[in-house]
Ligand binder design. Sequence first.
Ligand SMILES: [Fe+2]
Ligand SMILES: [Fe+2]
Length: 161
Amino acid sequence: MQLAQKEKLQLTQKETLLLKDLKEQEQICVEKYSKYSSEAHDKQLKDLFAQIGQTEQQHLDTINQILNGNVPSMQSGQSKKVQLNFTPTYDTVSSDQNKQLDNYLCTDVLSTEKHVSSVYNTSVFEFKNTDVRSALNHIQKEEQEHGEQIYNYMAQNGMYN
Ligand SMILES: [Fe+2]
Ligand SMILES: [Fe+2]
């Protein structure tokens, strides 16, 4: 049995530059979530950061794959379950130090996610290949989901006013 070999992508200079930027963004995300997972005080937040960090690693792998000229294959029908409900660890009105530190980490990753999502939004318009566009669009959707998870965690722990 012969597997259909997809042709290698011929990336333009502009596409390559955008991918290098996205690669850098994803590397920052991988490092940040790993660091913050060890720094967070709440166990639930540690787990959430670790779990998002794994997705960021997948994003990084996909971007590297495209940079190497390989057309990304999207696994269709793959719907990951995204946790949106958390058991509040912190008292809504409390302002203890651990809560403040966790709040700081959440605020920081939330702004990172907003930025990364906007970089994907800009990039997706510049690619010729439809499969690459779909892959970038899929990643952007996941960045928005990360933002939603962090938003929910914050709201449910009285961090979002
Ligand atoms: Fe990402
Ligand atoms: Fe993300």
